[in-house]
Design a protein around this ligand. Structure first.
Ligand code: TXA
Ligand code: MG
Length: 324
């Protein structure tokens, strides 16, 4: 059963205990501003293997490597000018850059699934401090069983993985609430591999050029982890609902008029004021609560596809995708 440490109350204990656990090759539950990660030493093959085993994650799905700052990232990957500009503007923050891996970087091929590129991100706050203290990059996927809803609190991590890991650091709810935006620069063009907690519009504004979406190509080819069915609650998921059936759970956005609302098993509003950042922060927690209501179906009202709405709609489409 995992030990919990509150990082706000006991920051030094958290750093010392986490560093010792990581040095033993064990993964830990690590709070970041996007979601909680299942973090382990990216240079230690046994530690990375434990991440895949703990999550039940397919090994062809590479992990994001977390660094303390841009200087550390430059030791492991080769930056083109656009990627460097994005890193300077948005790190620490919810942006992952896919970059050519430096030969002999020390990051183990198990972390990158053998690719010659690496996904790198510099997280905000405590996670960055821990990496600085530990001195090595941390590979960290979201701290949930593969295919299930991502964890945005220490309790979520505990409920899902508490029996399988030894340490969970608790920093309260993740402030962004959806995973990082993943961008890859190729031949001077920026491509969006995964919409996430940094709005595409902000990236385009800083870079002064458009972020190319994949046009019909399978996302599985771009970012191997982007399997269609993902973020799946136990209940079925129905999108763009304009009416809710008796007994369904309803997750809405911005107080819309949804027929039958009074007969829903549970009604949760991602943001009554219609704020997409607030909606992103609530998304996974509300999905778990709706799932916990026992309803067989969760109906979602439509959510605008701009700003963080792009990441929210991406997660909802995956949650609604046919299950294997
Ligand atoms: O916010 C986040 O990004 C969270 C927190 C913990 O940092 N992490 C996260 O990791 O979402 P994960 O493993 O759930 O998602 C990693 C995604 C996968 O879709 C994977 O395919 C993609 O990143 N990825 C990693 N390395 C890649 C690479 N070299 N090329 C293309 N895609 C890559
Ligand atoms: Mg994940």
């Amino acid at each position: 059963m995992a030990r919990h440490i509150d990082i706000l109350q006991y920051p030094e204990t958290a750093i010392a205990t986490a560093s010792a656990t990581l040095a033993d090759g064990l993964p830990i539950g690590l709070p970041t501003e996007t979601v909680y990660g299942l973090a382990a030493d990216a240079t230690n093959p046994a530690a990375i293997t434990r991440i895949y085993e703990t999550k039940g994650r397919p090994r062809f799905n590479p992990l994001i490597c977390h660094m303390s700052d841009l200087a550390m990232a430059e030791r492991y990957a080769i930056f083109d000018p656009i990627s460097r500009k994005l890193a300077e503007a948005f790190w620490p923050g919810p942006l992952t850059l896919v970059l050519p891996l430096r030969p002999e970087s020390g990051i183990h091929p198990l972390a990158t699934a053998g690719l010659d590129t690496v996904g790198i991100r510099v997280p905000q706050g405590f996670a960055g401090e821990l990496i600085r203290a530990f001195g090595r990059p941390l590979a960290a996927p979201s701290a949930n069983t593969s295919g299930k809803i991502s964890a945005t609190s220490a309790d979520h991590v505990h409920d899902d993985l508490g029996e399988r890991i030894s340490l969970i650091l608790d920093a309260g709810a993740s402030i962004v609430g959806v995973e990082s935006t993943i961008v890859k620069v190729e031949d001077g063009e920026m491509r969006l591999l995964r919409p996430g907690g940094l709005a595409a519009e902000e990236i385009e504004r800083v870079a002064g050029q458009p972020l190319k979406r994949k046009n019909g190509a399978s996302p599985a080819i771009e970012a191997p982890g982007m399997l269609a069915s993902h973020y799946a609650p136990g209940a079925a998921v129905r999108l763009d609902a304009t009416a809710v059936l008796p007994g369904e759970a309803l997750i809405r956005f911005g107080r819309p008029d949804i027929a039958g609302t009074e007969n829903a098993a549970i009604v949760l509003d991602l943001s009554p004021a219609g704020d997409l950042s607030e909606a992103a922060a609530n998304l996974f927690d509300f999905m778990k609560r709706a799932d916990g209501s026992g309803a067989a179906t969760i109906a979602f009202s439509s959510i605008p596809d701009e700003g963080l709405g792009e990441a929210i709609n991406d997660r909802l489409r995956r949650a609604a995708a046919p299950r294997e």
